[in-house]
Write a protein that binds this ligand. Structure first.
Ligand code: C5P
Length: 222
């Protein structure tokens, strides 16, 4: 790639976007949260009561969905047809359905095309599940992040609690397990570690240490 592309994949709540954001800031690259795109599609489906086995309705909906990212040093906004949905896509009703939506072939084809487009002109850090395997199989650097299940659940719970969302630890654990299962067993580009990905287990690492680790890998890949 003439633009430097960094793919960060892994299970839910492994801290991918935290590292990806910090890395993008450090390198002055564009950060793209591919999960936010699937979440925005899910929100659209929920709002329009699109049934997940109604293929024609899905295809029509996808043609009407336009997703934009407004980069900022503070917080990247995600726009769904011009509306800022950055907060709403993190809510539990979206999390509970996003993996089912993401498993639909037509949805993936549309999102992957948009993601590849974003990497054509800019240096990017993109996080997701299939970035190193499907979206950018020839990415300049691939990181596969893991963390222990309890660390992941605690992080996600704290994140939701900080936003004032009422949820229980049990609900969070169930949602993570549910999404991991669907994400890794679906037919269309399941979550897998790319062969040439570097594993980063951050269960016991500070954000500072994780950033240092990936920056080190970027230097080696350059
Ligand atoms: O990254 P995040 O947890 O926000 O992603 C939400 C969901 O979107 C994941 O559980 C997964 O089902 C889906 N996803 C995906 N492919 C990606 C990114 C996210 O299928 N590249």
């Amino acid at each position: 790639h003439k633009n430097f592309i960094i793919a960060i994949d892994g299970f839910s709540s492994c801290g991918k976007s935290t590292v990806a954001k910090a890395l993008a800031k450090e390198l002055n690259y564009i950060f793209i949260d591919s999960g936010a795109m699937y979440r925005a599609v899910t929100l659209y489906f929920l709002r329009h009561a699109i049934s997940l086995d109604d293929k024609p309705a899905i295809v029509e909906a996808l043609a009407n969905i336009h997703i934009d990212f407004i980069p900022s040093t503070e917080k990247t906004q995600i726009l769904l047809n011009g509306e800022d949905v950055s907060e709403e896509i993190r809510q539990m009703h979206v999390s509970n359905m996003v993996s089912e939506v993401s498993a639909i072939k037509e949805v993936r084809t549309a999102m992957v095309a948009q993601q590849q487009q974003l990497g054509k002109t800019k240096h990017i850090v993109m996080d997701g599940r299939d970035i190193g395997t499907t979206v950018f199989p020839d990415a300049n650097l691939k990181i596969f992040m893991t963390a222990s299940p309890s660390v992941r659940a605690e992080r996600r719970f704290a994140e939701l609690a900080a936003k004032g969302e009422s949820t229980t630890m049990e609900e969070v654990v169930a949602n993570l397990a549910h999404r991991d299962h669907i994400d890794s067993t679906r037919e269309e580009s399941p979550l897998r570690q790319a062969e040439d990905a570097i594993v980063l287990d951050n269960s016991d690492l500070t954000q500072e240490e994780q950033l240092r680790f990936v920056i080190d890998e970027v230097q080696k890949a350059k």
